[in-house]
Design a binder for this molecule. Structure first.
Ligand code: KG4
Ligand code: ZN
Length: 338
């Protein structure tokens, strides 16, 4: 089955053609970053307008690169939740129109489950259940995955998402936007022990897998004030390396607790922050843990993961009606503590 995937939940307008949930025939991602840079964050109104302007050309490009015609597509999968509603609606409505005119089925899928699926497009797929580490600009979730369509949240951030912390630190230090990739690169020439930033208090009981980024973010930003007061030069590489190490420590502390308590030793990562080289190196070096990461090109938002995941729904007969709606929030993830 050849599935057309469409993703417009945030600030990438993306379309892909994927065969049987595995073979990527094309994967087009048009990033809107330059249009949001001036505002140092995604502006929902600009995002939905750009999706509207670009969606036709992006889908056409995906079909052309895959060397297929609309009539060669067997079904359409589109991100239906979560994300910015105005942006989601562009993709969902385009998917409906495409499916209706081609008389093929379409299905809406969850963006977070899409990130969890991304590594299956290129890596050997681990058996379920396993742990998922889904870290992006909007989400930070440690979960148990029991199938391609179900996950149980074990722990999550109580304030900022991991990617958001990278973006905000970069913004205060004037390093650029989005901040994750910039900090990652800068950190490679910095000293990670130059500054000791605080880890949040240990969470107890049911919250022992949760984590927090606002304290770390504030400490790193306050350090900038210290530089100013003491008339010291800012060393961005050292700040980047020290912040990045602590940010990864925060995630891994909760993740290793979950590994210990569930006995699940395979971790499948996804989301923009899964591109982080320090996170990848730390997990890879951990004995007894099998870490599966998507290639860098599939960590951030893309439609190949949506087409890949959507194939499984369509193949088992799931269909979304043409009255299907988008939702800014995830519907129906359970939260449970192991
Ligand atoms: O998955 P994604 O493209 O979009 C969302 O669904 O949010 O993730 C974007 C986030 C941004 O916050 C960006 O700064 C972060 O992923 N990011 C990184 C890296 N590359 C992107 N964070 C840390 N290290 C990176 N190498
Ligand atoms: Zn995402």
């Amino acid at each position: 089955m050849r599935i057309l995937g469409i993703e417009t939940s945030c600030d990438e307008t993306a379309a892909a053609v994927v065969e049987d949930g595995k073979a990527i025939l094309s994967n087009v991602v048009a990033t809107q970053t330059p249009f949001h840079t001036e505002f140092q964050g995604v502006v929902p109104e600009i995002a939905s307008r750009k999706h509207t302007e670009w969606i036709y050309a992006v889908v056409k490009e995906a079909l052309d690169r895959a060397d297929v015609k609309p009539a060669d597509i067997d079904g359409v999968a589109v991100t239906g939740e979560p994300g910015m509603l105005g942006s989601l609606l562009v993709g969902v409505n385009f998917a409906k129109a495409f499916a209706y005119t081609q008389d093929i089925p379409f299905v809406t899928v969850n963006h977070i489950l899409g990130h969890l699926y991304a590594s299956r497009l290129t890596e050997a797929a681990p058996d379920y259940p396993f742990l998922g580490l889904l870290v992006s600009g909007g989400h930070s979730i440690i979960c148990r995955a029991d199938s391609f369509s179900s996950l149980t949240v074990i722990g999550t951030t109580i304030d900022d998402a991991a990617g958001e912390a990278f973006d905000k630190v970069a913004r205060y230090y004037g390093l650029g936007y989005p901040g994750g990739a910039v900090i990652d690169k800068l950190a490679q020439t910095g000293d990670a022990s130059a500054f000791r930033f605080p880890m949040p208090n240990l969470y107890k009981g049911e919250h022992r897998y949760d984590f927090s980024y606002s304290g770390l973010k504030t400490a790193v930003i306050n350090q900038l004030e210290q530089f100013r007061v003491k008339h010291e030069a800012v060393i961005p590489a050292d700040i980047a390396a020290s912040f990045q190490k602590t940010a990864v420590d925060v995630l891994l502390r909760s993740l290793f607790r979950a590994i210990e308590d569930t006995g699940l030793t395979t971790v499948v990562a996804g989301g923009g922050v899964a591109a982080n080289s320090h996170l990848r190196a730390r997990l890879a070096a951990h004995p007894g843990v099998r870490a599966v990461f998507p290639p860098l090109s599939l960590c951030g938002d893309n439609a190949a993961m949506i087409a890949g995941l959507g194939y499984h729904y369509l193949a088992r007969g799931d269909r979304s009606p043409l009255t299907a709606v988008a939702s800014s929030r995830t519907q129906g993830f359970k939260r449970k503590y192991p």
